[in-house]
Design a protein around this ligand. Structure first.
Ligand SMILES: [Fe+2]
Length: 781
């Protein structure tokens, strides 16, 4: 079977119609992303925009609370007048999803006459979606755009193994009757023999203890001569390294599955020599590919396929790739990977040097729709600190949840939590559904069913928006919720009288950035620290710092952060933890750092040690208030807590709120001495003294041991949020709340409530205590 076409993966009519339908469904929205995400005043920020109208305006604002609702603080974005509103031309931008490798290898580099040329491309392959990808999945390609030269192989959209070569008549394609089994390793050899006009494939399945190796072979003689020597360099797992962005939606051409031991042999007359041999087990933490042949033709990866995954020869004798001498020579490519959306920059701005640290956004408006493109300004680290208080934006949590699609029950991985009646379909969700090219989160599986291990902010992240409503909770979450802390701090300390830094900053600068401050305040959901960040928190506490942990599910997953590509984080969901998928054995060690992934609890760095609390449960539906513990009222050290808004007498805290109706909800944490909470920590209040949670709340699996009963809100003593307090030996102290939704109650009635009051009491007490401790300050600087 031979057919001719002009070029590459030309979509058939059905796919073109689907693409057009997707474009219509997307509506005429405007979206964009800023890069870098975290900067200092005076730095340059580049903004990439997709706009379906001829022009749009951009203006800069400092972000504050955004939710428009009864009982919520009024929206408060401050215009930055030193940056005038500017109009730019609009253009749509769509990313071609999918990871691939680019290798600067040209067959023309060898002296063999083209007419004598024959070559063999061989590798192990483990297809994970050999039939239903909906597009061509390329194993490799050197095909020229004009179809005049080159060679390629792909699984076509119908699942047929296809070879393609370039010729004077354009691209020639041949389908060969080779069957590839899903999730099975097969050694493939593709032969392209120009003198004999023959293309061939041999496939040998991997032998196992129950199955002998099975071989298939097929070949075809083409009616026309073909030309192997191409001006196009080699691309692995996609059709080309070009055309990454388009004005209309475009299909991925990436392979779904693993490739191992990629090699090209040149066959000329009696001489056969290996001219490319990529050893994917080398340089695993990087995007670099090493050619171990004499050609030394090293390549690069794009869109971050998964490395540190098991290869064809993995035998479970070693589960840690850093210790293995074999078994980790594979790379897992996916057709929905996106590490860098690669949109063209629409405008860039050198930020005024006088901007205070904080949450900022470019308001882009095309007359029909508006988006706010967020970014963060850290303080000038070359200057001595002027503020004692710092708020830490959990940007790694924003990155981990970026564009999560767990609401979509048609996906392999999704959630349907009791108490969640329906999916709240806000504007951001509708755009997300219309834009698969924005990619997936660390909570989603890839199209081939494997779990995601990397996420990036070098793309539009729709749930990192000031007006974002979570699809399950029906209220702000992540950035949109954390902006309520900004309103609170503006009110309590005044704008400019506290600093804002991010997870990215602590990951990069370590303890030195935290040690600039006396009081550190967490965001509502600081789930993803790196090892270096935990060290920084330890150092901060050891130096007498005061810490306010005002969230839930804190410091939970082992996280890797790529300092060379700071937009990228890596998380490996291992054998326990509140997770929607688990990675297979052998995939639990991070490619970036070689660390064991999973829970910090499994690594012996429980969050309890720094914030007194550890995650225990989560749920949707109605939340729960806290009840003050009688002993806490008797404790003279805690006297400062119970002042104002009826705290002197009222034992119930937070029986109201803007998310789930109470201060404890979403993901929640409790005190547990056996898990590392310091022995001097005390419970100020607990949800168990205020009715507790319903059975919509269930214990995390790492909390459940035999007998596996009494695991729900009404039946388990462990399902609860605790307010905790402890002092450190170096003169500091820690206050922890153990609930993502604490902030939703803090902001209720414009911060006029007992949750805001007790939080303010802690903040001002810490400010007062830290000013009295000059000894500690001397130690800090
Ligand atoms: Fe979480």
């Amino acid at each position: 079977m031979t057919a001719m076409s002009s070029m590459g993966p030309t979509p058939p009519a059905a796919a073109a119609a689907a693409a057009a339908a997707a474009k219509v469904a997307a509506g005429r929205h405007i979206v964009g992303y800023a890069d870098p995400l975290v900067v200092s005043a005076g730095d340059r920020v580049c903004v990439q925009v997709s706009c379906q109208r001829p022009r749009y305006t951009s203006s800069l604002v400092r972000l504050g609370p955004s939710m428009e609702a009864k009982d919520a603080p009024p929206p408060d974005h401050q215009a930055i007048s030193s940056v005038p509103e500017t109009t730019y031309p609009g253009r749509p931008q769509f990313t071609r999803l999918g990871s691939f490798a680019s290798v600067p290898w040209f067959v023309g580099a060898y002296s063999t006459p083209a007419s004598d040329l024959a070559l063999a491309v061989s590798f192990w392959a483990r297809p994970d979606l050999p039939e239903r990808a909906g597009h061509d999945q390329f194993f490799f390609s050197t095909l020229q755009r004009d179809g005049g030269a080159g060679f390629a192989s792909f699984i076509d959209r119908d699942g047929a193994l296809t070879l393609a070569v370039g010729s004077e008549r354009g691209r020639l394609t041949t389908q060969l009757p080779i069957t590839l089994k899903r999730h099975s390793w097969t050694f493939l050899t593709f032969t392209f023999n120009a003198p004999s006009r023959t293309v061939a494939v041999s496939a040998r399945s991997k032998e196992s203890h129950v199955d002998s190796a099975h071989s298939q072979h097929a070949s075809h003689v083409l009616t026309h001569p073909f030309v192997l020597s191409s001006s196009q360099s080699l691309t692995i797992a996609s059709h080309s390294s070009q055309d990454r962005v388009s004005a209309v939606p475009v299909d991925s051409t990436s392979f779904n599955g693993r490739i191992d031991s990629f090699r090209i042999d040149l066959v000329a007359a009696a001489d056969t020599r290996t001219v490319l041999h990529l050893d994917f087990s080398k340089d695993i933490p990087t995007d670099h590919l090493r050619d171990i042949s004499d050609s030394a033709c090293h390549g690069s990866l794009f869109n971050c396929p998964a490395r540190a995954v098991t290869g064809h020869d993995w035998d479970a004798s070693e589960t840690d790739w850093t210790r293995a001498s074999y078994g980790y020579g594979a790379i897992h490519f996916h057709d929905d990977d996106v590490d860098d959306a690669a949109w063209a920059t629409d405008f860039e701005l050198v930020l005024p040097k006088d901007l205070a640290s904080g949450f900022y956004g470019f308001v882009i408006n095309d007359g029909e729709s508006e988006d706010i493109v967020p970014f963060f300004i850290r303080p000038d680290l070359t200057q001595p600190p002027t503020n004692k208080v710092v708020f830490i934006v959990p940007t790694f949590t924003y990155t981990a949840y970026a564009n999560d699609r767990m609401y979509d029950t048609s996906r392999d991985v999704h959630i349907d939590i009791p108490g969640s009646d329906s999916v709240h379909r806000g504007r951001h969700l509708r755009i997300l559904e219309a834009r698969p090219d924005l990619g997936i989160s660390l909570y989603d599986s890839h199209n081939d069913g494997s779990g995601a291990t990397h996420s990036s902010t070098k793309r539009v992240v729709l749930n990192m928006r000031p007006d974002y409503f979570h699809w399950g909770f029906g209220g702000p979450r992540e950035l949109s919720a954390d902006l309520w802390f900004i309103g609170f701090l503006d009110r309590e300390l005044g704008p400019g009288n506290y600093d804002v830094i991010t997870d990215h900053d602590i990951s990069c600068y370590g303890s030195s950035i935290l040690l600039r401050y006396s009081i550190a305040i967490s965001g509502s959901h600081p789930e993803y620290p790196t090892y270096k960040m935990l060290d920084a928190y330890d150092a901060f506490l050891a130096a007498g710092g005061f810490f306010m942990y005002l969230g839930g599910n804190g410091y939970y997953w082992v996280t890797g952060h790529d300092h060379e590509r700071p937009h990228r984080i890596e998380v490996r969901r291992a054998d326990q933890g509140c997770r929607v998928f688990g990675l297979p054995p052998g995939h639990w060690f991070l490619a970036l750092t070689g660390e064991q992934g999973g829970l910090w609890r499994s690594r012996g760095r429980n969050p309890n040690r720094i914030c007194g609390l550890g995650s225990d449960a989560c749920g949707m539906g109605q939340g729960a208030p806290y009840g003050i513990v009688p002993e806490a009222r008797q404790n003279p050290k805690l006297e400062f807590l119970f002042k104002g808004h009826g705290l002197e007498k009222n034992d119930i805290i937070g029986d109201f709120g803007l998310v789930q109706g109470a201060a404890s909800g979403d993901e929640i944490d409790r005190l547990d001495y056996s898990l590392g909470t310091p022995e001097n920590a005390v419970i100020i209040a607990t949800t168990k003294l205020a009715g507790g949670h319903s059975d919509n709340y269930a214990l995390f699996n790492e909390e459940i041991l035999f007998p596996m009963v009494n695991t729900l809100g009404t039946t388990s003593d462990k399902v609860r949020s605790d307010l905790v307090y402890f002092e450190t030996g170096s003169g500091g102290a820690v206050f922890g709340v153990g609930s993502i939704n604490w902030v939703g109650s803090l902001a209720w009635k414009n911060y006029e409530n007992n949750v805001a009051q007790i939080t303010a009491n802690v903040l001002h007490e810490f400010v007062k205590s830290s000013s009295m401790d000059e000894k500690r300050d001397a130690k800090r600087y």
